[in-house]
Design a protein. Sequence first.
Length: 398
Amino acid sequence: MSMHHRTVIIGGGNAGLSVAARLRNAGQHDVAVIEPRTEHYYQPLWTLVGGGTAKRRESVRPQAQVMPQGVAWIKDSVSEIDPDARTVTLHSGGTVSYDYLVVSPGLQLDWDRVPGMASAIATPNASSNYDYELAPKTWKLIKGMRQGTAVFTMPSGPIKCAGAPQKIAYLAADYWQQQGVLDAIRLVLVLPTPAMFGVEVFAEELDMVAKRYGIEVHLSSEVTDIDPTAQTVTVTDNSAHSSEQIDYTMLHVVPPQSAPDWIKHSPVTKADDPNGYVDIDPNTLQHVRWPEIFSLGDAGSSPNSKTGAAIRKQAPVVVENLLAAMKHRPLEGRYEGYASCPLTTSRNTMLLAEFDYSMQPTPSIPVIDTTHERRDMWYLKRYGLPAMYWNLILKGRA
């Protein structure tokens, strides 16, 4: 089976559907999206599901319901891109040729890169909010804990929503504080970064949050081994070149992440990149070697934080530049690295960290100081952003 479409989009997640909708809104009639899943997830809500402040069902809708009207939906996965032949090979064996290609497959979760992690999440004492099936388990563990040691981990390397490993720790700590058991719980947060956050003003605020809850923070560190039978984690301090074992009663893990394996083995990847990201110009989001290819979202090599807010700024740039390329005009759309991270610091407060390639605060809400914890920002995270996602972003209107 072979078919041709003028514009082919790989991935029906946030990035792919946002671009597809914008192309349709701009009058493009021959747009195809390759996506095998029948359900579409709003993943940022999973932290709140794990923290007991949202229901899992709110995060999922049928893929058919969110697919833009007039878009050809190819219900398959991709196994290969041949950028010279301008073809995409499907897992089923068929091929799709294209004039223009948008690569936005998202990231894969590499559970096996940390010894013992895949086994640990199958036990009753460990969970992860990075999986739709596991997020409710996180809340069950938090709700049932009254004493012991709770360990929250973050891997090195780029991941989806780098604030999420911290957010669940704060939601758990606030709940345990409300229940009067926080003093009986040793709460350990393992971060690979040298500070709580990459932007100083937000790092200082998060330092205060961690101290308020009595969280034991291990900076420049990561979990390098898990023994789910003994319920221990090995924490390696990369700055001191030392390791220690910590017994856990409850464990929340975040797996290392990378581009899908088929992307890693594709010629469109950036040379010598172990994560296998698509090699694009960080401002135009056009491929550096094949001008008819664009990429956005988590699998692109642009050095921004991998968040949905980044995609919201990338999608209009991709569409503007893609339309310009179709007309053989200069690419004038520019993405400056904007990303935001809504950091829940309690069960009713949030810190909205907004920044760009300069790693300086870039607030988008006038008047309000979002560099500090605020209750109104909690309502934005809990209700405003999900409504914006389903009703505006996926429809190419925001």
